[in-house]
Design a protein around this ligand. Structure first.
Ligand code: 4AD
Ligand code: MG
Length: 438
């Protein structure tokens, strides 16, 4: 095969093709599929930015190049050169008239074929599955979501302050901690960056972190990952009400941006976007006790005082077309740091946001305990080591203020926005119960 680099034919990405119609360019990518009609061969190339059809005419190519083209396998990597022309029928609206090809590497028989594969097979081949158009669409929406979350917080005046991953203590309860060695000490992988955000918020007023978090949850559901990404804002002098309205603005903003900028990807994954267009303020909202009554009305034997399971959240969130805020959960089902509800000491100033269409919880948050005395008692009651929390208690010793915040899980939010029935496709390499590979 021929094809020395040629200054006259610049390397362009397929997504930029339209701007180069009429000129000769080079495209570098992988062979998605090809077909032949005797005198003409059609190669569909994928370069990560799009797909493009290249048309090779027998009489335009040396015989050995023509024959080599015919023998190419799916996923072989190629550098093609030719002139671009507009063609409304072609994917991306542009087609290449092939002038030369150089084969970078001929691929072995590719395991993912157009036939239906089972989920386990695809998950085992996740490193290759990422090349499919559906996975491209999902991960592009993920990137947009992350950008939208961060841009929104920046615009609201929150400072990005990273929380650590190695931590000396639990944030969300000891049952789901990943323990590891830290030289001569024990350390745990972070379940949440929240406690450090509280310190950051008392230093900077408004902060957020964005990073991976880890939970050794033995749950095998469509909503549980072992490693997932969270954005966690924390706001000094703010109350539960302040963060609820911040969550509402945040979701309206990110859903609006994805509808606007990722319409094509939403179409590829088959999302009904009219459901997303209904994500407008004000969102539905109810007290925990009302949520329990609604579960009873729906025929559930749920007992007041317990935490909602996934089926309960599904029942509740199916009843609304906007996300639903459920507030004032019993303190007993929430973490030690929740501020008690002044109206009912059994409850806490907490709020979960449940995504509609049955998706359930995507955000957890609330107002934090401001009193040193009460916090010390809660740590004691939960059997947590006081000593590990002395630094956290300092935040109540030196200028304690009411403060509040929340954590939004990227994967659950993405599953809802993209209309996916499982979180396994929302993250490039999912870590689940029974899955650590690839
Ligand atoms: O409700 P959670 O446990 O809240 C916290 O961790 C707080 N410390 C956050 C804060 O106030 N700063 O988790 C928050 C969100 C959930 O609503 C959900 O979206 C996501 O994190 N999440 C998970 N996502 C996937 N797999 C899991 N196992 C998850 N656990 C929580
Ligand atoms: Mg929660």
């Amino acid at each position: 095969m021929t094809g020395a680099p040629d200054a006259a034919s610049p390397w362009v990405r397929i997504c930029e093709g339209r701007a180069h119609v009429g000129s000769v360019v080079e495209v570098r990518g992988w062979l998605d599929h090809h077909r032949s009609s005797g005198k003409v061969q059609f190669l569909v190339l994928r370069d990560g930015s799009g797909t493009m059809q290249c048309v090779a005419v027998r009489s335009d190519l040396p015989a050995e190049e023509w024959d080599a083209l015919g023998a190419l396998t799916q996923e072989s990597s190629l550098i093609v050169r030719g002139s671009l022309r507009a063609d409304a029928r072609a994917p991306g609206g542009v087609e290449m008239g092939l002038q030369s090809v150089s084969v970078v590497s001929v691929a072995e028989a590719y395991p993912i074929t157009p036939k239906e594969h089972g989920t386990d097979f695809l998950m085992d081949h996740r490193h290759l599955w990422l090349r499919s158009s559906r996975q491209h669409a999902i991960l592009k929406i993920r990137a947009e979501l992350i950008g939208a979350l961060r841009d929104f917080m920046d615009a609201e005046g929150f400072l990005l302050v990273d929380s650590p991953i190695f931590t000396p203590s639990a944030c969300e309860g000891t049952s789901t901690l990943f323990e590891t060695e830290y030289f001569d000490e024990k350390a745990y992988l972070s379940q949440s960056g929240q406690l450090y955000q509280e310190a950051a918020a008392l230093a900077f007023g408004r902060t957020y972190c964005f990073g991976p978090t880890f939970r050794a949850e033995k749950s095998k559901t469509r909503r549980h990952l072992i490693e997932f990404w969270m954005m966690e804002p924390e706001w000094a002098f703010a109350t539960l009400e302040d963060v609820i309205s911040l969550e509402e603005r945040l979701l309206v903003s990110v859903v609006g941006r994805i509808l606007e900028r990722r319409a094509e990807e939403l179409k590829i994954v088959g999302r009904d976007t009219t459901a997303l267009e209904r994500v407008q303020a004000p969102f539905a909202r109810m007290h925990y006790s009302e949520a329990v009554e609604r579960l009873h009305a729906a025929g559930s034997p749920f007992e007041w005082g317990g935490d909602f399971g996934a089926p309960d959240e599904t029942t509740l969130s199916e009843q609304f077309s906007t996300p639903l805020f459920v507030t004032n959960y019993p303190a007993a089902v929430k973490a030690f740091y929740m501020e008690p509800d002044p109206a009912d000491a059994r409850l806490s100033l907490s709020c979960d946001c449940l995504a509609p269409e049955g998706y359930g919880e995507i955000i957890g948050g609330g107002q934090r305990m401001a009193s040193l005395e009460l916090l010390t008692r809660r740590i004691e009651e939960q059997g947590l080591p006081q000593e590990a929390f002395e630094w956290y208690k300092d935040l109540r010793r030196y200028g304690s203020v009411p403060h509040a915040g929340f954590g939004i899980g990227v994967e659950r939010t993405l599953a809802w926005i993209a209309g996916l029935d499982h979180v396994r496709e929302t993250i490039p390499f999912p870590r689940m119960l029974n899955r650590l590979k690839p």
